[in-house]
Design a protein around this ligand. Structure first.
Ligand code: UDP
Ligand code: MG
Length: 319
């Protein structure tokens, strides 16, 4: 445990969040102030809003908040890169400027009072503290079920992730330094951070409904996020394709054997047109699927080898 209270940075990725941001910042400021007044955290703790190239007045809201309270800092990305990149930009901006960073969504679906417990665990020596949802009543049935299925699928595919944990977590300065060494472009922070290791713990909280505005994660984004979550960490789908191919080849040999034996042993042979066409279609679809999975990986390699910057910062308010 350190002697001086730690400087905490609260990182909020924001995309078109003008409707909620002011309230969110107010609520989080209250949490920080109450902890600072008790001497749990430093009075130099701050909130960093990362505008992910919003099309609405999010950045103007951040500028106004910053003007009236210097505890509210901001960065804006040059264009919309997505939640994970906005979060990374915020974490990397906080790196070297805090003792621990806590990431939380702008809609405050994740209960901010868990921050107090996270900081307590950090002060007790934990370097990464994961916020885990106790229940998700506020989410739609579809979101709940699909999230659960996805976690299970990830586990089966050998991806190490924390069950029912989104991106609500505390990371120490050392964890942020280690995260900076992960240079990959296909970002799936929930998979990367457990790989960092270090001493970690979890904090349970209740997930609430979005305060205002709409979810920025429509089904299409959720799907591509899920595919990234598996293919960025596990080569198992490719291996599965190989084994399916192998199994089919064995089946093929057995059928060929059966046909050969039937030719010699019986004079009655099926016309076989339907089964032939069916198997052609079946194999065709399997081949296309396999190419798709392999393409997914080759696409990832293609993006990684270019080593393009993962985000570009347009403005920064940090004084
Ligand atoms: N977000 C972002 N860039 C995007 C989409 C979302 O920075 O392209 C932010 C958004 O402002 C919010 C967080 O990511 O703070 C989570 O988004 P949202 O609440 O819409 O997702 P959900 O909770 O519905 O999964
Ligand atoms: Mg949300």
């Amino acid at each position: 445990m350190q002697n001086t209270p730690p400087v905490i940075s609260i990182v909020i990725p924001c995309y078109n969040e003008e409707a909620v941001l002011a309230d969110t910042v107010k609520e989080l400021t209250a949490v920080l102030d109450s902890m600072a007044s008790k001497g749990i955290i430093s009075t130099g703790s701050y909130i960093l809003c990362c505008d992910d190239g919003s099309k609405d007045a999010t950045w103007q809201v951040i500028e106004t908040l910053h003007k009236s309270d210097k505890k509210v800092k901001g960065i804006s990305l040059a264009h919309n890169r997505g939640h994970q990149y906005a979060l990374l930009a915020g974490l990397m901006t906080s790196r070297g400027r805090c003792d621990a960073a806590i990431s939380i969504d702008a809609d405050l679906q994740d209960d901010p009072s868990a921050i107090i417990e996270m900081v307590k665990k950090f002060n007790d020596g934990k370097e990464i503290v994961y916020g885990v949802r106790r229940k998700r009543d506020s989410d739609t049935w579809f979101k709940r079920t699909s999230a659960r299925k996805f976690y299970n699928l990830q586990k089966k595919m050998g991806v190490d992730s924390i069950y029912d944990h989104a991106d609500y977590r505390l990371m120490s300065a050392r964890a942020l330094d280690l995260l900076a060494d992960y240079g990959e472009s296909n970002l799936f922070l929930r998979g990367i951070i457990p790989q960092i290791g270090l001493c970690s713990d979890v904090v349970y909280y209740d997930r609430r409904a979005r305060m205002a505005g709409e979810s920025k994660y429509p089904l299409s984004k959720m799907l591509s996020f899920s595919i990234d979550g598996i293919t960025s960490f596990s080569a198992r789908p490719m291996r599965m394709v190989f084994f399916i191919g192998l199994a089919l080849m064995v089946a093929d040999i057995l059928v060929a054997l059966y046909v050969t034996i039937s030719i010699f042993c019986s004079d009655h042979l099926e016309a076989g047109w339907a089964s032939l066409i069916l198997s052609v279609w079946f194999l065709g679809s399997l081949i296309l699927m396999s190419i798709g999975i392999i393409g997914e990986y080759i696409g990832k390699i293609f993006i990684e080898v270019k080593q393009r910057p993962r985000y570009a910062v347009r403005d920064i308010l940090f004084d």
